[in-house]
Design a protein around this ligand. Structure first.
Ligand code: ARG
Length: 578
């Protein structure tokens, strides 16, 4: 049940009934203030000109025309012509009971699309650093939400496993292996390895030439170079996989479709662009001039797809990837998650790809940009000595810090249980702190805030969930088996009830806009509404009659299920006790 679309359909029918044009705007939204009903329909004002009537009169007519049976308690016209919709407690109670009995919480699948989601996509020359946290976890939350809504999702890990720096890396690796070092040992720290290779490249006689030769050999498929490259890439992928495991994200090897996979399609892609007249030769390079993105003086933006020496670029690979995703994978939608600094690149890429027909008009191509993770000083997040923070180390620190907090709490948990909980809380805290911010802005990474048991944090939400579980343990009832009628009497019950039914609205927004923070806000409000309800409407106190108690237990049960489902979509684990 989607309250919003359900009500909207009724109001749209009413508009037709009062003679409004077919495509009249029908704005229906959640009320933001208590006392203004649960939803508001604000379509009367815009119709005033068209129908040549006063907005309030139109609102009255809509109210008379809209057909409800038992859904609504009252409709009231307010202000210049707002219609406040107050849902009926009895009807809401019926919906909640049904939702509680349904595994999917009564959320219907959307008409399925094939959605390609390009996320994580680290560069394999180095180890994953904090810059890859956002793409990895925001992408994973979006992917899970799309799947929950019934879409066919194709994860694409567009790893940076190709390009000139691999010439330098495999040359250095070749020498290490020749000196009898095992690959795993040589590559145990990719940062060190990269640094050493770079020093040799800059300073050592002959090394740079060998590295350049190896790039050419690698790109033409020389077997020895390919073996070295595969060895390097394989170890680097293993490093990423360790991070994925720690983060509990759903990316697997089969989702890797790195830049190298498009190598053979780069020349045909450029050839097609040439043939269609979208790129032209300019000083030996193949270039698209984009008048759409011209500067103030009218000079078109320059988008290079092949360098004068014949080399290809990041852009060329992205165009080839579009062809593959649209022709072979048959994507209806492609979402790409990278930081905001790449926004112009994707804008240009889309323009070129659409001109070339690589993207059909009905297909969408959406770059979902995000801001940076900053330290407490408001500058890009760095180690104390100014280095990049390795993601794996950051996550280990999160778990250690969570363990300290968990061990401070009074409880009868065993050491093993505490360890599991510390892991879920630590990782959950890092993920949630990031996911809960609007992705388009920068945010400050702060251990103390994210690990707090108060406020909009993972620990608070995980705690809210365990609190409900403990209510059930104390009540001695099996929550799953509970089948009672629900009654919504107190204001807090009603507010919680409506919130519960709005879960679907939150996740639909995540799926359409790629914005997990909307779901975070929803879950946080839900947990807070539950806490207020529980304070005002005791469940376990003596003297509460059985039907009231059972109805409240059902509300608690549906809250727990919704919290768990939402946190699962965000990739955050829950536990029964903490
Ligand atoms: N490897 C790139 C980076 O680390 C991100 C790739 C994103 N995907 C793409 N199709 N360009 O910045």
């Amino acid at each position: 049940m989607n309250l919003q679309t359900y009500l909207l359909a009724k109001f749209k029918a009413a508009l037709v009934a009062i003679g409004a044009p077919e495509d009249s705007p029908a704005p229906l939204s959640r009320s933001t203030r208590a006392g203004f009903g649960h939803y508001q329909f604000n379509g009367a004002m815009a119709l005033s000109k068209v129908l040549k009537q006063k907005p309030r009169d139109i609102a009255d007519k809509i109210v008379a025309a809209v057909e409800f049976t038992d859904e609504v308690e009252k409709l009231e016209v307010a202000g210049p012509g707002f219609i406040n919709i107050h849902l009926s407690p009895a009807w809401l109670a019926k919906q909640l009971k049904q939702a509680n009995a349904d595994e999917r919480l009564l959320i219907e699948a959307e008409s399925a699309q094939t959605v390609v989601v390009d996320y994580s996509s680290p560069n394999l020359a180095k180890e994953m650093h904090v810059g890859h946290l956002r793409t990895t976890i925001i992408g994973d939350a979006v992917v899970k939400t799309l799947e929950f809504l019934g879409h066919k999702v194709l994860r694409q890990n567009h790893m940076g496993d190709w390009g000139t720096q691999f010439g330098m890396l495999i040359t250095h690796l070749n020498d290490k292996l020749a000196a009898d070092s095992a690959a795993e040992t040589a590559l145990s720290d990719l940062e060190d390895f990269y640094r050493a290779a770079k020093v040799r490249f800059d300073d050592e006689d002959g090394f740079a030439d060998r590295a350049r030769e190896n790039v050419v050999k690698l790109q033409s498929g020389d077997p020895e170079c390919i073996v070295l490259w595969k060895t390097f890439v394989d170890v680097s992928i293993k490093h990423s996989e360790e991070v994925y495991k720690k983060l509990n994200v759903s990316l697997k090897r089969e989702h890797i479709m790195g830049e190298s996979a498009y190598n053979d399609d780069l020349a045909p892609t450029v050839a097609e662009l040439k043939q269609k007249g979208i790129v032209v030769e300019d000083q030996g390079a193949q270039v698209a001039f984009l008048q759409e993105l011209a500067d103030k003086e009218g000079n078109p933006a320059v988008y290079i797809v092949q360098k004068s020496g014949g080399g290809y670029l990041y852009a060329t690979t992205d165009l080839a990837a579009i062809r593959y995703r649209n022709n072979v994978l048959k994507a209806d939608r492609t979402l790409i998650l990278t930081d905001a600094r790449q926004a112009l690149h994707f804008k240009q890429t889309e323009i070129v790809a659409r001109k070339a027909g690589f993207i059909k008009p009905e297909q969408s191509y959406e770059h979902c940009p995000f801001g940076m993770m900053l330290g407490n000083d408001g500058k890009p997040f760095k180690t104390r000595t100014g280095g990049t923070v390795k993601l794996a180390e950051l996550l280990d620190e999160a778990v250690e810090r969570a363990a300290v907090l968990i061990n401070k709490r009074e409880s009868d948990l065993t050491a093993d249980e505490r360890e599991v909980i510390a892991n879920k809380v630590g990782i959950g805290a890092v993920k949630y702190a990031d996911l809960s911010k609007n992705r388009t802005t920068d945010y400050i990474f702060n251990w103390d805030t994210m690990l707090s048991f108060e406020g909009n944090t993972a620990p608070y939400l995980q705690y809210a969930y365990t609190r409900i579980q403990s209510i059930f343990r104390k009540a001695g009832v099996n929550a799953e088996a509970l089948q009672a009628d629900m009654q919504l009497q107190a204001e807090q019950e009603l507010v919680l009830a409506v919130k519960l039914l709005q879960y679907v609205e939150a996740i639909k927004q995540v799926s359409s806009d790629g914005t997990p923070h909307v779901l975070c806000t929803y879950i946080y409000e839900l947990a807070s509404f539950f806490m207020s309800f529980y304070e005002a409407c005791p469940i376990l106190k003596d003297g509460i009659d059985e039907p009231t108690k059972n109805s409240r237990l059902m509300l608690a049960q549906l809250t727990a299920k919704t919290l768990k489902s939402g946190l699962e979509l965000l990739g955050i684990e829950t536990m029964e006790k903490m």
